[in-house]
Design a binder for this molecule. Structure first.
Ligand SMILES: NC(=O)c1ccc[n+]([C@@H]2O[C@H](COP(=O)([O-])OP(=O)(O)OC[C@H]3O[C@@H](n4cnc5c(N)ncnc54)[C@H](OP(=O)(O)O)[C@@H]3O)[C@@H](O)[C@H]2O)c1
Length: 310
């Protein structure tokens, strides 16, 4: 497993991490096997959110109840969680009270006295950056949160936060898979008239994150679109799957490793956030941590996923 020091922190992190959004219905044994498989593959970084699960803090609670981590086991892993979504509504809330209350809930649910990284989950149109800064300062001073970041944020939204927030924003978690790659694809087709791909939907977020040492974390790395099923093995992507299968043979790994490698091969040093609850898939995806896809291979996947290389 390829690891690196997460810029803005002293954490050594893997470039493939495990998201735990889908573990609510899993038994203790299933959660333990999933996490053990991840740990054996070098995945020591786990992604949560207050809103994952059937109830608030549901998946965080499920994780902690199943794992019963000792303090030394806790110290060996990176626990990241998110705040800012109110499910009933739904709406977004970056107020001081909401952020602090959410973190208190996550600490209790996870059975830990600190969160390694807290992400602001989805941009709040009513954000007041000074209030976010006050929440971050208090959470940081109390030792409850060690590092901060964002998710689904544009450069302008990050700049606005940075005006008030004194801590570095270390991560931006964004949707990215080979078939859902506007982050990457727009730049490849910049300034092309009449081509949908060339429309900027995120104001250059990827380049901005690279410029400011904000690590991009790719969520839904195997989903074709927005939670509409995976592209791997899908009849909707015959050419892409043929390429993936060919590369899987070449590199002697399962197909899921090639889908992972399409993201890890990018020089931005992104982290891939897996969402599978299947241990075999976790182990297979982890093999994609450091596969040296050539430029020709990387672009072939990109083209057969439906993107233009003008
Ligand atoms: N920041 C955000 O806004 C945001 C949004 C969504 C997600 N996330 C994070 O990103 C993580 C990943 O998201 P995701 O679960 O949507 O991503 P994903 O890894 O692309 O999708 C996993 C889902 O696809 C299913 N699946 C079916 N066939 C599969 C195959 N061949 N290979 C892999 N998976 C297959 C999995 O089922 P099985 O479990 O049966 O394998 C699971 O339900 C989440 O856990 C969460 O931590 C963040």
């Amino acid at each position: 497993m390829k690891t690196f020091t997460l810029p803005g922190t002293e954490l050594t992190v893997p470039n493939v991490v495990l998201g735990l959004m889908r573990i609510q219905e899993k038994t203790d044994e299933e959660v333990r096997t999933l996490v053990k498989t991840a740990r054996d593959a070098g995945i020591s970084f786990f992604d949560h959110a207050d809103v994952y699960g059937s109830a608030l803090h549901g998946c965080e609670t499920r994780f902690a109840e199943a794992m019963q981590l000792t303090s030394s086991e806790r110290a060996e892993i990176v626990l990241q969680t998110k705040a800012g979504i109110v499910r009933e509504g739904p709406y977004f809330d970056y107020s001081y009270e909401h952020l602090v209350e959410s973190v208190e809930g996550s600490l209790a649910a996870l059975g830990t006295d600190y969160i390694d990284i807290l992400l602001l989950h989805r941009p709040d149109a009513l954000v007041e950056p000074d209030e976010v800064a006050r929440a971050f300062d208090d959470l940081s001073a109390a030792g409850k949160v060690r590092a901060f970041g964002v998710s689904n944020h544009t450069p302008g939204q990050i700049e606005l936060l940075r005006k008030s927030v004194s801590q570095p924003l270390v991560a931006n978690q964004l949707q990215l898979s080979v078939t859902h790659a506007p982050l990457v694809a727009q730049g490849v087709a910049a300034n092309m008239q009449g081509l949908d791909q060339s429309i900027s939907r995120d104001s250059g977020t990827l380049d901005y994150c690279r410029l400011h040492d904000i690590t991009v974390q790719a969520w839904s790395p195997f989903q074709a679109g927005f939670f509409n099923g995976v592209f791997l093995g899908s009849a909707d992507y015959p050419e892409l799957n043929a390429v993936i299968d060919r590369l899987a043979k070449k590199y002697d790994v399962p197909a899921i490793a090639i889908a992972t490698a399409w993201i890890t091969r990018h020089p931005a040093q992104m982290q891939v956030v897996l969402g599978t609850t299947n241990p075999e898939r976790v182990a297979g995806a982890a093999l994609g941590s450091d596969i040296p896809l050539t430029r020709a291979e990387w672009y072939e996947m990109f083209r057969t996923a439906g993107y233009s290389v003008p």
